[in-house]
Write a new protein. Structure first.
Length: 770
């Protein structure tokens, strides 16, 4: 008997759907299938919607083309480069469509109907496809052979790989799609500002203010905004430099300088340019340039003009003391106090910032209430960007509330939140600048583009890492590009107060950029020392957003033993402040033990601190001061579970400059929680012994124990020795101490065994010849 083609197709489809249903269900996801109407035109059989099993949140949409066969065609012959793969034939025009026009991921599957196995392949991730399509086109072929690795069997074991590829494919296609969309040539209508009566400073500020509430404006938008923009095609960004040919704009900044902390006009320009009455506006503009990472202007018009160093105008004395800035400095207490004393007449923008801080502190309900207020206040304003930002944040807040908020009004809030969407905003869009920003936020382009870009750079760095060749230029440039790409997206999220950092993608981004930095750091290159140092921003993002366990894995993978700092004093000052602020906030932290969102964040920060302190290069006194505060913080938190999580051993492993007091305090802390049989304690004890001088006479056992906080005398030591044997294993490794201990416990131990024989105890004693 032979199955018909239709029967084979049906068998293959039901096999695929069963396997998909199972592997997604086991991974807490739901995959819903929809037959595609376009099947014959473009070769897509199904599209699938993937949702989170718990929250119902829609995660992705993917397409599929499936094929079943009773005999899998595996390529044989060792000399053949594709040997071991499954060969699969595809229509050339379909391949072209999938690669260039489809904005969603697509995977192919081949079903082995004899062994009931499914193999997958993501065409958009195949780097050789583009060239091969072109080759086929040249020779007028209509089909394309693709090769599916036999290792890509779709099953539970391989699910993580499959899903990772799905997400990567999604990012690549989204990026391609957006790039083609954004390159469309649309001019912004800023005619109202092109009036010669308006002062240039006013023009710039009014231009920025069209984006109410948006502090960081995407680069592709800024370069189209008058007066940043001169004529078409002459204004663009290259990394941190803005090229423009608007002379009115350029001449203003050319004339400015910062002297004694104020911006003034250089002498030679004073006849033409005046900034009096515009000092505050100018300050606002320079802050805007700073947070948008615009460091230089270059003249792109007729004639020659020097490059302008905008960063020389920046004001670094940030003295903002608002609730959000306090949160960033880890002063949770003051941030909370400020929120308690909100004023009724605060502007929408301030309320928006306060709502964000509530969210940061894990107070989802108050965040929700304030965002709702702001939405209400801005709803009648046409094309309000603040309104979009609020909606965006509320949509993300909805998922947080679903997972973390269980008060009695939970249901009511979720019903309200369900009503929030962008449908009407999309219909009502009038200005193309608004549309650009709207899409940028709504479609998560800010993060997708950055992940794509950092991915690309990471691959390049890794290739280099493998080869270990060392072009200094390559490395310096790479580090610089990476830095700006990463900063841009983290500033976008941070300054625009976008609720995003809880999402997986942002963590991925932080990890990717840290991994890239570690890989760069580790490339041996005697010629280049310029980028061997870490900037505070990376450490800060690691502290706040890095998953401590995962970052530790990266540290080990790239063999990072010590981290040189770009600005040691800055790092010390900031971490010193952070630790002081955490200590100030102890009460607030302990009161919020039930708030898991906040509590886990704090725990992660504290764990990250241990890893950071174990590696940064810093003067001994400064480092020990930070450690001292770190230890007091942990003592005050009184959280035994947290203490057991912190990897103190990493401190003792990588440092040799921890002072005696800090060492003793760590050991004391660990012994108070009875964490004797741990890496932390063992490493700490070894370290403690290594910095002691045993030639001295005061090395009596009791003395040693009193130093590490265990109050024992000669009588009680044996008792403790019997019941907490593992605690003493370290001591027994050191011959001098072993002798001491034998002296003290021997008699009592023999008596104990005579009175009541304990085979385990006897065995332990005999191992150590006692
Ligand atoms: Zn502030």
């Amino acid at each position: 008997m032979k199955y018909t083609n239709t029967e084979l197709e049906e068998k293959a489809n039901s096999l695929l759907n069963n396997v998909l249903l199972e592997v997604f269900a086991q991974n807490n996801k739901i995959i819903g299938k929809h037959p595609s109407k376009l099947s014959h035109e473009i070769g897509i059989d199904y599209f699938y919607e993937i949702r989170d099993r718990t929250t119902g949140e829609s995660l992705n949409v993917v397409f599929n083309q499936n094929k079943g066969t009773e005999k899998i065609n595996i390529i044989k012959g060792k000399s053949y480069p594709e040997a071991g793969n499954i060969s699969f034939q595809l229509k050339l025009r379909h391949a072209k469509y999938f690669l260039n026009e489809l904005n969603k991921p697509i995977f192919f599957t081949v079903c082995d109907l004899k062994l009931m196995k499914v193999y997958w392949y993501w065409i958009q991730l195949d780097n050789s496809i583009k060239e091969r399509i072109e080759a086929q086109l040249k020779t007028n072929k209509r089909t394309l052979q693709i090769f599916i690795p036999i290792t890509n069997e779709l099953n539970l074991k391989n699910f993580d790989k499959f899903y990772m590829e799905l997400e990567k494919s999604d990012r690549i296609q989204t990026h391609k799609f957006l790039k083609s969309k954004l390159s469309s040539d649309e001019e912004y209508d800023f005619k109202d500002l092109e009036n010669p009566e308006i002062n240039i400073i006013d023009k710039i500020l009014k231009s920025i203010k069209k984006f109410d509430g948006l502090t960081i404006i995407p680069k592709h938008v800024i370069s189209r905004m008058y007066p940043f923009k001169g004529t078409k095609n002459k204004t663009y960004f290259y990394n941190e430099t803005l090229y423009t040919d608007n002379s009115e704009f350029y001449d203003l900044f050319e004339a400015l300088e910062r002297k004694n902390n104020t911006i003034t006009v250089k002498k030679e320009f004073r006849d033409n340019i005046s900034i009096s009455n515009f000092e505050n506006e100018l300050k606002e503009i320079i802050d805007f340039l700073k947070s948008n990472l615009i460091q230089h202007f270059k003249w792109n018009g007729k004639g020659y003009k020097d490059r302008i160093c905008i960063h020389a105008l920046y004001d670094y004395s940030n003295t903002c003391d608002c609730e959000r800035c306090n949160y960033n400095k880890l002063n949770f207490k003051y941030a909370t106090d400020l929120l308690k004393n909100r004023k009724q007449n605060d502007t929408s923008i301030i309320k928006f910032r306060q709502a964000y801080t509530y969210y940061l502190l894990g107070d989802l309900k108050n965040a929700y209430l304030l965002y709702k207020e702001v939405i209400h206040e801005t709803k009648n304003k046409d094309n309000s960007i603040l309104n979009i930002l609020c909606k965006y944040n509320l949509i993300n807040l909805k998922n947080l509330i679903k997972n973390h908020y269980f008060e009695s009004d939970r249901h009511q809030i979720l019903i309200e939140l369900k009503k929030i969407n962008f449908v009407y905003d999309e219909i009502l869009i009038e200005h193309n600048y608004y549309k650009h920003v709207f899409d940028w936020i709504k479609e998560n382009q800010f993060i997708n583009n950055s992940i794509w870009e950092i991915d690309r750079q990471f691959t390049e760095i890794q290739n280099h890492h493998r080869k270990d060749k060392n072009g200094g230029y390559f490395r310096g440039q790479q580090a610089n590009n990476l830095k700006f790409e990463f900063l841009r997206v983290s500033f976008f999220i941070e300054y625009n107060l976008i609720i995003y950092d809880v999402f997986n993608e942002f963590q991925i981004l932080v990890h990717k950029s840290l991994e890239s930095m570690f890989a760069l750091y580790n490339i041996y290159n005697p010629d280049s020392t310029k980028y061997d140092k870490f900037e505070f921003t990376f450490l800060y993002n690691w502290l706040m957003h890095g998953d401590s366990t995962k970052v530790n894995r990266l540290l080990l993978k790239y063999d990072i033993n010590q981290i040189e700092l770009n600005d040691e004093l800055l790092v010390f000052n900031r971490f010193n402040d952070n630790l002081d602020n955490l200590i100030l906030s102890i009460k607030r932290i302990n009161e919020n033990k039930e708030n898991y969102l906040f509590r886990d964040k704090v725990k992660n920060i504290i764990q990250n601190f241990a890893y950071i302190l174990s590696r940064i290069k810093m003067r001994k006194t400064k480092l020990n001061l930070l450690l001292k505060k770190y230890i007091s913080l942990i003592v005050l938190l009184k959280d035994d579970y947290l203490v057991s999580l912190i990897k103190f051993e990493t401190l003792f492993h990588y440092r040799s400059d921890i002072n005696l007091t800090n060492t003793k305090n760590i050991l004391k802390l660990l012994s108070e929680y009875e964490l004797f049989d741990t890496h932390s304690y063992n490493k700490g004890f070894d370290y403690y012994l290594s910095i002691q001088n045993f030639e001295k006479k005061d090395n009596r056992l009791v003395n040693i124990f009193s130093k590490i906080g265990t109050s024992l005398n000669e009588e009680t030591i044996e008792n403790d020795f019997f019941s907490n044997f593992s605690k003493y294993q370290n001591v027994l490794e050191v011959p001098e101490l072993k002798e001491e201990i034998i002296k003290v416990v021997k008699k009592a131990a023999i008596k104990r065994l005579e009175d009541n024989f304990d085979s385990k105890y006897y065995y332990r004693l005999s191992i150590y010849d006692i």
